[in-house]
Design a protein around this ligand. Structure first.
Ligand code: MN
Length: 527
């Protein structure tokens, strides 16, 4: 059943399309919102990872969503190696037009239409009769086909949809011109055997199904998202929708790195191919953590800190004799490298740039100069500089691009004798300001000093500190979460000085608050 697809051409039977929705389903979940620059950085990293389709956002949801999808289509979407750039839309004319407009500039583009098909959703959420739902889907797909030949149709809450009606809707969507049919397990309710049954049914009963790509989209409410994804592949699905680190609504989506490594590691049972460069997986995972401020849990498969750490003596002994004793895949295959002393304080600018290239960064000269200055400073203070240190430092630097508020210097007097006092220098819109403040501890004094220079009403709701590597000279990585009018933002900072890292994180969060984002009603944002 070889499919001729408008964006991919003739597809081999064993080819799996990897559809990434980190920037849409992932980004719309609480705490994971990203600004335009952050989305473009993620889009570039996802492109280098080798995904086939990038769901860049939901253009009608807000002006910010529209602008970011458009910007991705105009930048990443112009690259020779660009994935198909996809925009999500409900069935309304305005939704479809907005999505079409946002993705228009991309070399390869997709419009993704979704509508609920389950009895509960149709009655309570849409207040539509099944007949109307079917017609709305057909009308939207027909309209979308005027703008691109690559149109995906999704049955929201598809796994709780009445089977006969699901078959009718899928058949109608295919007739209207949909080239990918996605059946989401929107609420994370399905078991693997349900997924198998649904896709087997569609393949047996729906005329024309052999001409389209079937797609699976699973939520992890019962921890089954990846298992359901693999069941779908074995039942004939050729597109997998997933996110980096499994982020997404509620318990998240199927994790891209887990699904891809399951296919690769158990290729005996799941004999399919995809275009993911697995050695990039860790880097993209870490980039997402850096941007959003949420680290994955240590025991997270593939990308967690402990995913390849062997603690038990018997295990360590076995691995040293032969890694295959306790390792089903190598840490290197997903991008883990042994801690290595990479550069010292005598390393030059060229060596630094070279190192950045091997770590996957391509940054401009100005950013390179700033990052290099900070690297020299770090090398002076820290005996050994690891890859992780450079990643933390450069991510910290790149995030500050286009920032209105910039850290200049901090002088701190702390200890047990007198109240801590912070002397702060910040640049706001190009002008340097200074302030002095005391507080209940050095962090408090520092944050007060920032507030004096840049008055605001945001509340500090989370402050956390972690170490980038081991040892007392390790860089601190801090996260500051601020809340203002119900809007949450996370800022990160890295430095060998914990207080300086805290100041940088606070300033990063403030800069994010300054990026205006208005969302429409959350009930509409689903699928
Ligand atoms: Mn979803």
């Amino acid at each position: 059943m070889s499919v001729d697809h408008p964006s991919f051409g003739k597809l081999d039977d064993d080819r799996i399309i990897i559809f990434d929705t980190t920037l849409r389903d992932g980004e719309q979940s609480p705490g994971f919102s990203m600004n335009l620059n952050e989305k473009i950085r993620m889009a570039e990293a996802l492109t280098e990872l080798g995904i086939d389709v990038m769901e860049a956002g939901f253009p009608i949801a807000s002006p910010g969503d529209y602008e970011s999808v458009k910007a991705i289509a105009e930048t990443v979407g112009q690259r020779d190696d660009s994935p198909v750039i996809c925009g999500l839309a409900r069935t309304g004319r305005e939704d479809v037009m907005r999505a079409a407009d946002a993705v228009r500039a991309a070399k390869r583009k997709r419009i993704h239409i979704f509508i609920s098909t389950s009895p509960l959703h149709m009655k309570v959420k849409l207040r539509m009769e099944p007949e109307q739902v079917l017609e709305a889907g057909v009308a939207a797909v027909t309209l979308a086909r005027n703008y691109t030949d690559d149109v995906e149709w999704s049955a929201e809450d598809g796994t709780r949809t009445e089977p006969d009606f699901l078959c009718c809707c899928v058949e109608a969507a295919i007739r209207a011109g949909a080239t990918t049919i996605n059946i989401p397990d929107t609420v994370g309710y399905a078991l693997p055997e349900d997924i198998t049954r649904i896709f087997t049914m569609l393949r047996e009963r729906v005329p024309g199904v052999e001409k389209v790509i079937l797609s699976t989209h699973n939520h992890n409410d019962l921890g089954l998202a990846v298992a359901n994804t693999l069941a779908a592949i074995r039942a004939g699905v050729r597109q997998v929708e997933s996110t980096i680190n499994g982020i997404g609504e509620r318990a998240g989506n199927a994790s891209l790195e887990e699904a891809v490594m399951a296919i690769r590691t158990r290729n005996d049972a799941i004999p399919f191919r995809n275009n993911i460069k697995t050695t990039n997986l860790l880097r993209v995972s870490k980039l997402l953590s850096t941007i959003t401020g949420f680290d994955v849990q240590p025991n997270k498969a593939i990308v967690g800190r402990n995913a390849f750490a062997h603690e038990a003596g018997i295990h360590q002994d076995g691995v040293l004799k032969n890694a295959a004793t306790y390792e089903i895949m190598t840490p290197e295959s997903v991008g883990w490298a042994k801690n290595s002393l990479v550069l010292g304080k005598h390393s030059g600018r060229a060596a630094f740039r070279d190192k950045l290239n091997t770590l996957g960064y391509r940054i401009g000269d100005n950013q390179l100069n700033d990052a290099f200055r900070r690297f020299k400073d770090l090398a002076d203070r820290k005996k050994v500089v690891f890859d992780e240190d450079i990643v933390a430092l450069v991510d910290d630097e790149v995030m500050r691009d286009h920032a209105r508020i910039r850290f200049v210097s901090l002088d701190l007097h702390a200890g047990s004798k007198a109240p801590p006092r912070a002397e702060m220098e910040l640049e706001v819109d190009g002008v340097v300001h200074t302030s002095t403040a005391t507080g209940d501890g050095p962090v408090d004094a520092t944050f007060r000093a920032i507030q004096q220079i840049f008055p605001h009403t945001a509340n500090l709701v989370l402050f956390s500190v972690g170490a980038v590597t081991e040892g007392t000279d390790a860089q601190a990585k801090t996260t500051v979460r601020l809340e203002e009018n119900g809007k949450l933002v996370d800022g990160q900072g890295a430095d060998t000085d914990t207080i300086v890292a805290s100041a940088r994180a606070y300033i990063h969060a403030l800069n994010k608050l300054l990026v205006k984002r208005v969302r429409t009603e959350p009930a509409a944002l689903s699928a």
